[in-house]
Ligand binder design. Structure first.
Ligand code: SF4
Ligand code: SF4
Length: 79
């Protein structure tokens, strides 16, 4: 079982499936392959990036258009 107190957000275990959220940019989604992740492809502002093989949202680039929210098949992006 994951001990979140010891987690360094390295993503190496591959168990992360947290909600990408611009207010908590250290959270990742590993559901889609970065090469064909709908959220990443939909972002015209290049605000969705791959970090350690996982999807994350760069809050400095995000303009809150929510295009990524509408294309996520799991509806897990909260902006
Ligand atoms: S809200 Fe818009 S700018 Fe921000 S990550 Fe999603 S698609 Fe990109
Ligand atoms: S489209 Fe949704 S499920 Fe796929 S990587 Fe993006 S946030 Fe994760």
């Amino acid at each position: 079982m994951l001990n979140s107190g010891n987690c360094s957000d390295c993503t190496a275990c591959g168990s992360c499936h947290e909600t990408p959220n611009i207010d908590t940019p250290n959270l990742f989604c590993l559901n889609c392959q970065p090469s064909d992740a709908p959220c990443l492809l939909a972002c015209s502002n290049n605000a969705i990036e791959v970090l350690g093989g996982a999807i994350t949202i760069n809050s400095e680039k995000c303009i809150k258009c929510r295009d990524c929210v509408f294309v996520c098949p799991l509806n897990i992006i909260k902006i």
